[in-house]
Ligand binder design. Structure first.
Ligand code: PD2
Ligand code: ZN
Length: 295
């Protein structure tokens, strides 16, 4: 039987912060293997409530009214200012990066020339022989599974692994205007023809028990930068189906998107995917930023 460890504490407090109802949280914990009483006690403690009081019918009625009101007027995502600098040209550590497009809802920015053609070629050559089939996070267990909705191969680089990787990490952190220490290591992905990554969120959905394992260190993911390392002959765009945005893969260019605001709300409009590659292949490099220092 699971215990309420640091990862579950993080899961409990992030769900309370985003306005989940106590009942839905108890249900999720019971599904994950907790005894109902233990789940209720943990949830009510996180809400700052006494479980004995919660069992009182008057309290239960008040809580039900509150839950119904919350459902009728769900808290919509509040767009606050993204950290990325304003302007058409951004000095990012050692390079000037051009801004090609900005979208406010969801917060998406397309950049040109984040990496030079030589830097893209170097990243691909370093990675070509070290690729492994990509995985996705199983929402129930938090474990990495190889599944059909992500047909690519990948490799991770440790942050600051050598001087070249460190320069990339610093440039990207400067462009995203977020501490380099909050970044996960760079990930390189390769898709062959027909390869795709079906629409998903890069944040760990707080209502899925498996997410707690991933947010225990560094907290939630807040923003992503996907950098294209080659021109894709046909297809392979990064798509945002809820927003109707499609970004073409152009060597050295990148797409930034931000999904967590200062109130820790998460933006569902950032649902995104990698469209099927219809001709040639596709190489990308991804940086995910966390709320706090990671690793
Ligand atoms: O390959 C892409 O364009 C893509 C799209 C969405 C990559 C990712 N997400 C990702 O690695 O999270
Ligand atoms: Zn993604």
């Amino acid at each position: 039987m699971p215990v309420v460890d640091a990862a579950w504490e993080e899961w409990l407090s992030s769900n309370v912060a985003r306005g989940c109802s106590p009942d839905s949280m108890v249900d999720a914990m019971v599904q994950a293997g907790f005894a109902t009483d233990a789940a209720r006690a943990a949830v009510h403690r996180t809400f700052g409530q006494d479980p004995a009081k919660a069992a009182n019918p008057a309290f239960a009625a008040a809580a039900a009214t509150e839950a119904a009101l919350a459902k009728a007027a769900p808290r919509t995502y509040q767009y606050d200012d993204p950290p990325v600098a304003r302007g058409n040209l951004i000095r990012a550590h050692d390079r000037d990066v051009r801004v090609l497009m900005r979208c406010e809802r969801p917060q998406v920015i397309v950049f040109g020339d984040v990496l030079s053609p030589d830097e893209c070629a170097e990243m691909i050559e370093r990675s070509r022989h070290r690729l492994k089939r990509s995985t996705t996070v199983n929402p129930d267990t938090g474990k990495e599974d190889v599944i059909r909705n992500r047909t690519s191969e990948g490799i991770w680089y440790q942050r600051g692994e050598d001087t070249f990787i460190e320069r990339m990490d610093r440039r990207i952190a400067s462009l995203m205007n977020w501490p380099v220490e909050n970044g996960e290591g760079l990930q390189i992905l390769h898709y062959g023809t027909t390869g795709e990554y079906r629409p998903h969120f890069d944040y760990f959905p707080p209502d899925q028990p498996g997410s707690a394992v991933h947010t225990a260190q560094g907290g939630q993911r807040v923003a992503t930068l996907v950098i294209y390392l080659n021109d894709v002959a046909d297809g392979g765009e990064t798509i945002f189906p809820e927003a109707g945005i499609s970004v073409a893969a152009r060597q050295g260019g990148a797409v930034y998107f931000r999904y967590m605001n200062a109130q820790r709300q998460l933006d569902p409009l950032t649902l995104h995917g990698g469209a099927p590659v219809l001709g040639g292949d596709k190489w990308i490099m991804t940086k995910w930023m966390r709320e706090r220092a990671y690793g």
